[in-house]
Design a protein. Structure first.
Ligand code: ASP
Length: 597
């Protein structure tokens, strides 16, 4: 190699050694005749000194070096003079006294500082991603991602799993998003679909007798790029034969617990992982992916305010809705302007408004709460006893603030979920170094889609119903519970999975319930149904999102920070400028023409 040591590897024990290094000029400083360079490679940074007394020509070259030039230096490792050591740097006790330097390449001035951890416009970072990735934080994220994937592979290998690649050009498999299509040149008018997940293929691998499959699999979903989504994301796709729920959940709990302890040992975990039933999660947190690092549990107040004269409550309950709320501890003294933000947030989610009830400015017992301490637009409709009862239900004390929403159950849950997260971030309740993984179970198998007037799968159509609920498929489909489970961590859905249907008759029955015609069933799922006729073993699996888990472990706020070359929020690759137009020739070959809309 062009070097015999890594910059970041030099320590006191190297003092006196002659070394050759190669890397990038991180910083250059001229000090009274000496030139100092921080030389950076992928292992770290070391100080390199150019002394005209040691080598005049090296010193002269050094004077012309600029940030990001690529150089090779040879010199002797020395101790830094007393008082100039840098304890922030692993190499901070030493420096290299250079005797010769070669410029391997020059660099234009980069569009942003690479040597400083400062905020840079994300679009600029994405355009010059190869420079962005030189920065320490991004390098740490890439390395962390590598460690996570390597850990997963080793862990599963040790437990008898084999990694099998499945094709990227397949036939559409439904996961609830739009497909990306690839036009076929040799079959005019026909298209491959990019997999939204390898779902059917991994089930076919079970029919093939693989028994323990996994894959670090790329999944493609053409979704509106709201929220933190990417057109392509990476999953740990996994499937096992002869298992029930506990086998998959146990494996996942062990995998992720060991993973965190191994790659981010500073993170705190809650063990064993809590488990929540879907209904319970919705009642207590308003969401099926609650952040359990903090409480702020929702309380149903409907029965307490059932006879209330307060119009908002009365109307909500009369319309079959609910009144729910939670307590924000110590926020009883919130001013009007401090309440503005939560109010706006509630409205942005679709609520008509948010009702707040202040339980006084000072902390104290609920018994000591007097009517004059209660502040709320509903105060004159609510007696102090009623307020106390609501407070008690929400676990509040004097000095706290009740945040209450009334109306349709779904909307109320959505509003309170948002507010719960907002208040936890205001109050600093969610410790960034704690990970609370949990399992959510007992999902309904189906949900009614009012827009299309038909049943939709809560997970996907291959999910098995609970055996004891199968008779309800004909009489009360909404009551059928499924064998689907989710992994949630710190308010993020990390994985979905299920025990699958392996009986072709039951699978066909579910497709029909989902309003697929027999032709559609044959056309879209024929091969799977046929395969199930040849001794399909009972099987189940799961697919945790790799981007999300790495994002959590790296303390990043978006998955873009842990993907080497992500698309931006508009699904554009700013570096390669994709998507881009195809030439007339290409379109003609693919039998395509572009319609002007
Ligand atoms: N294929 C599912 C998904 O991508 C996961 C699974 O059921 O294994 O969400």
């Amino acid at each position: 190699m062009l070097r015999d040591h890594a910059c970041g590897a030099l320590r006191k024990e190297h003092v006196g050694k002659r070394v050759t290094l190669a890397g990038w000029v991180d910083r250059r400083r001229d000090h009274g005749g000496l030139v100092f360079i921080d030389l950076r490679d992928c292992e770290g940074v070391v100080q390199v000194v150019f002394n005209p007394g040691v080598s005049g020509s090296a010193h002269e070259t050094a004077s012309g070096l600029r940030s990001e030039y690529v150089i090779q230096v040879t010199g002797e490792v020395g101790l830094r003079p007393a008082g100039t050591e840098n304890s922030q740097l692993p190499t901070g006790d030493v420096e290299v006294i250079t005797s010769s330097v070669t410029v391997l390449n020059t660099s234009e001035t980069p569009p942003f500082y690479i040597n400083r951890e400062i905020d840079v416009d994300e679009n600029l970072r994405l355009k010059y991603r190869y420079l962005d990735l030189r920065r320490g934080r991004m390098r740490r994220n890439l390395i962390l991602r590598h460690r996570v994937v390597k850990f997963i592979r080793d862990f599963l290998d040790a437990r008898g799993f084999i990694e099998v690649e499945t094709p990227v050009m397949i036939k559409s498999t439904p996961e609830g998003a739009r497909d990306y299509l690839v036009p076929s040149r040799v079959h005019p008018g026909k298209f491959y679909a990019l997999p939204q997940s390898p779902q059917q293929l991994k089930q076919l691998l079970m029919v093939a007798g693989v028994e323990r499959y996994f894959q670090i699999a790329r999944c493609f979903r053409d979704e509106d790029t709201r929220a933190d989504r990417q057109p392509e994301h990476t999953q740990l796709d996994l499937e096992m034969s002869f298992v029930d729920e506990e086998d998959i959940l146990g494996l996942m709990e062990e995998l992720f617990t060991c993973l965190v302890k191994s790659v981010t040992p500073h993170k705190r975990l809650v063990e064993p992982w809590p488990r929540l039933a879907y209904e319970d999660a919705m009642d207590r947190y308003g969401t099926d992916k609650p952040d359990l690092r903090f409480g702020l549990e929702l309380a149903n107040l409907s029965d307490i305010v059932a006879g209330s004269e307060f119009g908002v409550f009365r109307e909500a309950i009369a319309a079959g809705g609910v009144v729910k709320g939670f307590s924000a501890p110590g926020c009883g003294g919130y001013s009007r302007s401090q309440l503005e933000e939560p109010n706006k947030l509630a409205q942005s989610v679709g609520a008509r408004g948010l009702l707040t009830v202040s339980l006084g400015d000072e902390p104290g017992s609920l018994e000591s709460l007097t009517p004059d301490m209660v502040r709320s637009v509903a105060a004159r409709f609510l007696g102090v006893d009623q307020v106390r009862e609501m407070a008690q239900r929400a676990g509040a004390s004097r000095g706290d603030l009740l945040l209450i929403a009334a109306g349709d159950k779904k909307l109320v849950n959505r509003v309170l979920d948002e507010l719960r997260r907002e208040m936890s971030s205001r109050l600093g309740l969610a410790d960034p170094d704690t990970l609370v993984f949990l399992f959510v179970r007992d999902f309904p198998l189906l949900r009614w889609d009012a827009d299309s007037g038909r049943w939709d799968s809560e997970h996907h159509p291959f999910t098995a119903p609970r055996t004891e609920d199968i008779p309800l498929l004909d009489t009360a489909p909404e009551k059928v519970r499924s064998r689907h489970y989710d992994i949630v961590c710190n308010g993020l859905e990390l994985a979905s999975g299920s025990i699958r249907i392996h009986d072709p008759a039951l699978q066909r029955r579910i497709f029909r319930l989902l309003a697929y015609s027999d032709e559609e069933i044959q056309e879209r799922f024929g091969p799977l149904l046929e395969a199930f006729r040849y001794g399909a073993p009972p099987h189940g699996g799961i697919a945790p999102g790799i981007d999300r888990i790495v994002m959590l472990l790296a303390d990043e706020a978006t998955i873009r920070e842990v993907i080497a070359f992500p698309k931006n929020q508009n699904a554009v690759d700013l570096m390669l400028d994709a998507p881009s137009a195809a030439s007339e020739d290409q379109l003609a070959e693919l039998h395509l023409s572009i319609r002007d809309e």
